[in-house]
Ligand binder design. Structure first.
Ligand SMILES: N[C@@H](CCC(=O)N[C@@H](CS)C(=O)NCC(=O)O)C(=O)O
Length: 228
């Protein structure tokens, strides 16, 4: 029997990287325990060195967190989950779909820096129009173009990029949430896909839990000050 899995994550309101493997495991039925370490907390100061070799979240632990085996960085975690649970279809089964899914994920992980910088995830807040500059608009248009062209070629009537939910959809769910926060209006097929991402049972659960959080993390709040 394999070691139990623990996913180390941070605040649900803010931590978009935490959200991605959490969604994959929840949506695909991979059992795990969640260990939240909130940003700027005493827990973080005391435990992050023990719980995260990179001092970042997310981290996937096999066995006791801090003692077992750690996989860190989102893409590495997705690949480890795929190895541990081939039956869960973290990636699509079809080789071309799988290759395209990995391309989209890797491309977002290493790119879209303007969008990621100007529109950080902040589930509970609304900042209409903030963060929209020409570079961000270009990246949003490019990304939505990729969503639509991928779905036309590969979705085969399903709600997600490759029909069934996969790691690629988990990757873009925080982006769909950012478009709500900053009121980026999509239309047509991109809007339909955004709705599908925000409508999964797991994303609804994460959102409900994010809305209960009250911590204000200045690093993730370029458009607010404490007390706003
Ligand atoms: N490339 C990493 C990025 C992880 C990352 O930046 N995580 C943020 C939270 S969303 C973090 O841990 N920040 C804490 C810090 O910078 O001290 C991944 O894909 O997992």
């Amino acid at each position: 029997m394999s070691d139990p899995l623990t996913l180390v994550i941070a605040n649900k309101n803010y931590s978009s990287w935490s959200l991605r493997p959490w969604l994959v495991m929840m949506e695909l039925g991979i059992e795990f325990t969640e260990r939240m370490v909130k940003f700027d907390s005493e827990d973080w100061e005391l435990n992050i060195d023990r719980l995260s070799p990179s001092r970042l979240v997310p981290v996937l632990w096999e066995g006791v967190p801090g003692e077992g085996f750690a996989t860190f960085d989102t893409i590495a975690i997705l690949e480890r989950l795929n190895e541990l649970h081939p039956e869960a279809c973290v990636w699509p089964n079809d080789p071309l779909k799988r290759s395209r899914a990995r391309s989209l994920v890797a491309n977002f992980h290493s790119g879209y820096l303007s969008l990621r910088g100007a529109m950080p995830m902040n589930i509970r807040s609304r900042y209409p129009g903030k963060g929209k500059n020409p570079e961000v608009i270009e990246e949003i248009e490019r990304l939505c173009g990729l969503w639509v062209s991928t779905r036309r070629k590969f979705a085969e009537g399903g709600d997600f990029l490759f029909g069934e939910f996969s790691a690629a959809d988990a990757f873009f769910t925080p982006v769909a949430s950012r478009f709500v926060t900053y009121e980026v209006s999509l239309d047509g097929e991109a809007l339909e896909y955004q709705h599908a991402l925000l409508s999964t049972r797991s994303m609804k659960t994460w959102t409900e839990e994010a809305l209960e959080e009250t911590e204000f993390v200045p690093m993730d709040e370029p458009y607010a000050t404490v007390g706003d």
